[in-house]
Structure formats: structure tokens, C-alpha cells
Design a protein around this ligand. Structure first.
Ligand code: NIG
Ligand code: FE
Length: 405
């Protein structure tokens, strides 16, 4: 935290989700305030004032000024779903998939997630720390000021806990994805693996992680196994998330609602009834269009969820297998072009609503007095370049907790 105040001045535009509510659902996702010729004052790690340049009062004390000419400010982006704690890569598998092999087939043959489990176990705690820090810096370069990351590539006690510590120590929000896949030493016996994970790993994981997540899918964990895992995690004090409806509908949405989960993530296979049920619940639908694109899968029904009054968030799903993509701006472009969300809806989805999924919407996701001083300065004449400039040069600078980086 710096002692001088930070004044970002002469911004072409400043855009922020309006109001103070979270999550934003349905039509409220479009409520974005846009100020032209704007300034922001940050005091320490907190936003102190926001307004039009003509209303900027003289500031006393030390002030560091940032020239915002040619730039637009949006809130620091919040990535509420990543798998950043991994070692190695899956470039070989990527090439095979380009030649026609399917993601699920590779997984069934012991490749896919399990090949990253081998690499992650070999990396050790120091290797994992270095990997998470490298991934964090990639994310920051794309405007992400808060990231969630899941374990799930260790699947043994030591590597799961090392993953969660590496995420926490890199400033991320740790989620225990203890039920990501059944590791090879359990020879396909998911129930025996869960016995181990819930007895040997959960008590310590619950001291580091904030939430638990499960991959509810054919070839991973079924609905009764997911229920058992999530109920135990909830009893240990963790918030709940689910990977659901990625390839097939296996009851993730009703289970999430029944257990009071924060989110169901993926939803590429969700049908009309699932859309209605999820949209009228308190559970946020986390859309991961980069993952659908990367795997050549159908896009999740983002437009239908919002039109039905639902609360949606957008995230990257950054991981080596199904979404090697750390860019929330690219995800916003996909939201506009593929999911038919407006730039305003996309902005709300990867700021305030993503912050809500992480239990932090009181401090994160808006540019307004009292919120944490997290800003992205876009090199753009209009803030909607966030979605419009497809894969282009966009992020000029990032302010995290009042520090200019
Ligand atoms: O969200 N679907 C399950 N887990 C990740 C992918 C993990 C991997 O392929 O390594 C996902 O897409
Ligand atoms: Fe994921």
C-alpha cells in the first residue's frame, strides 16, 4: 500500500457496473455507468473518489498522477474459475485433437487430466509455486486483478495441499477440486478415492481453501458421489461450486440448488429446463466460452439464461487441456460474438458477478468509493473495445490495490 494518493486523470471514459447489488441478474446486468472525461482517486488500497474532470477538486498531500489521455478505465477483472495450479503442458494432446481425437477419448485412455496430474506431482511444491506465479503474471497482463484457482492436478494429499498453498501464497482464491478425476492408484474406484480424499485431505484442505468443487460428468464423478463430496465439504465450512453440464446433463443444476452452491460452471450441455431452473435460483451460472471454443463444443446458453432473469458470470477456465487461455478480454469477445451478450453484460459478468461467486462483491468489481482500488486502463477510445478488439492489444496498465503495475 503506498502512502501517496493515486490520481488517474483525463480518462476518455470510465465504465463500471452501477449500484451496489450483487449478483446482477437479467436486465440489471446491462446497468453500466459510463463517465466521459473522467478521473479516479485512490487512497491506499481503496477508491476514494470518482467523477468528471470538471468536478475534480484540488487534492492536498502527496499525489501520484497518471495521464489517462487515450485510455478508458474499467474495474479490475475477476477470474472466478481457473485451474492455474498445474505443471507441464498438453501441446501434444492439442495437436492430436486438431487431427480429430476427442477430449473425452483422450481422458478415457489415461491422457487428458491424468497426464497433467503426472506432471504436477513431479513438479514438487517449488515447481508448483513458480508455475502459479507465472500464470498469475500472464493473467495480470490481461487485466485480471483477482483470480480464483483450483487444485485438482495433485489428487494425492501432498500435491493437493501444495497446490492450495501455492495459490494462496500467490494472492489467489483457492478452491479444493479434490474430485476432479480418479487418480491411477485407485484404479477407477471413485468411491474408494473419495473415502481417501474426504478422510485424509479435506481436514487440511478446508483450512486453506475457501470453496470446494467437483467434476460431475460421465467418466468423472456421478451425482451421488458429487453429493457425498459436497456435503462433506460444506460440513467442513467450504463454499460449494460444481463443474456441471459440460458434456452431458447429470443433475448438476438441481444438486447445486439443493445444496446452496455458489455456482454451476460450464453448462455447454444445459437444455431449456435447466436454463429455467438455474435462472430462477440463487446459484450463478459461470460461462466458460473459451473452453467451448478450445474443445470445439457447443457454446453455453448465456443469452437464454440472462433473458430468463438469471445471474451469470464469465471466466476463462484457464488450464492446459480444455482452455489454454488466460485472457478475460478474449472471453468478453466470445461472450459478445458467440453468447450474444452485450459488452455491458459481459463487463458485469467478469467483474461484480465473478466477485460475488468468490464472496467478495462488497469490495471488488466496481469503480466506486469504498471498493478496492483495482483498475484496468484500456488503450481504447471506447470501453467496449474490451469485447470488440478480438485478441488485440488492449491492456495499457493495471492498478491492483492502489499499486500501479
Ligand atoms: O474445466 N472439465 C474438467 N476440468 C477442466 C479441464 C481440465 C483439464 O482438461 O485439464 C475444465 O474444463
Ligand atoms: Fe474448469
Amino acid at each position: 500500500m503506498s502512502s501517496a494518493r493515486l490520481l488517474v486523470r483525463d480518462l476518455v471514459q470510465l465504465a463500471t457496473p452501477s449500484g451496489r447489488d450483487a449478483p446482477l441478474r437479467g436486465a440489471a446486468l446491462s446497468d453500466v455507468d459510463v463517465l466521459e472525461d473522467a478521473f479516479v482517486v485512490c487512497a491506499g488500497d481503496t477508491i476514494e473518489a470518482v467523477g468528471r474532470m470538471r468536478d475534480l477538486a484540488a487534492l492536498d498531500g502527496d499525489v501520484v498522477e497518471v495521464d489517462g489521455r487515450g485510455l478508458c478505465a474499467i474495474p479490475g477483472l475477476v477470474d472466478c474459475h481457473t485451474h492455474a495450479a498445474f505443471a507441464g503442458d498438453r501441446v501434444e494432446e492439442f495437436s492430436l485433437r486438431a487431427g480429430g481425437a476427442s477430449y473425452e477419448e483422450l481422458h478415457a485412455r489415461g491422457g487428458g487430466i491424468l497426464s497433467t496430474v503426472r506432471a504436477t506431482r513431479e513438479a514438487g511444491a517449488d515447481g508448483l509455486r513458480a508455475a502459479v506465479e507465472r500464470h498469475r503474471s500472464w493473467m495480470r497482463g490481461q487485466g485480471t486483478t483477482t483470480f480464483e484457482a483450483k487444485s485438482g492436478y495433485g489428487l494425492d494429499r501432498e500435491t493437493e495441499l501444495a497446490s492450495l498453498r501455492a495459490i494462496r501464497d500467490a494472492g489467489g482464491v483457492p478452491t479444493w477440486l479434490g474430485a476432479h478425476a480418479v487418480p491411477p492408484e485407485f484404479d477407477g474406484n471413485a468411491d474408494a478415492y473419495l473415502d481417501f480424499a474426504l478422510t485424509e485431505v479435506l481436514p487440511d484442505a478446508a483450512r486453506i481453501a475457501e470453496a470446494a468443487d467437483v467434476f460431475l460428468e460421465r467418466g468423472a464423478f456421478d451425482a451421488s458421489q458429487a453429493r457425498r463430496y459436497l456435503e462433506a465439504c460444506r460440513a467442513a465450512g467450504l463454499a460449494l461450486r460444481l463443474h456441471g453440464d459440460q458434456f452431458t446433463e447429470q443433475g448438476a443444476i438441481p444438486l447445486a440448488i439443493e445444496l446452496g452452491a455458489r455456482s454451476v460452471d460450464h453448462l455447454e450441455a444445459t437444455g431449456a429446463e435447466g436454463v429455467r431452473t438455474l435462472a430462477s435460483s440463487a446459484v450463478v451460472g459461470v460461462l466458460l466460452p473459451a473452453s467451448a471454443l478450445f474443445l470445439g463444443r457447443p457454446m453455453p446458453p448465456g443469452r437464454a439464461l440472462v433473458d430468463a432473469g438469471g445471474a451469470v458470470a464469465l471466466a476463462t477456465d484457464f488450464n492446459p487441456g480444455s482452455a489454454f487461455c488466460e485472457s478475460l478480454p478474449l472471453v468478453c469477445s466470445l461472450a459478445a460474438t458467440q453468447l450474444k451478450l452485450s459488452p455491458a453484460e459481459a463487463l458485469s459478468a467478469c467483474t461484480v458477478n465473478a466477485a460475488h461467486v468468490l464472496g467478495r462483491a462488497d469490495r471488488l468489481g466496481r469503480i466506486a468509493p469504498g471498493y478496492r482500488a483495482d483498475l484496468v486502463l484500456l488503450e481504447a477510445p471506447d470501453w467496449r473495445y474490451l469485447a470488440y478488439h478480438l485478441g488485440g492489444r488492449l491492456v495499457d496498465r493495471v492498478v491492483t490495490a492502489g499499486e500501479l503495475r
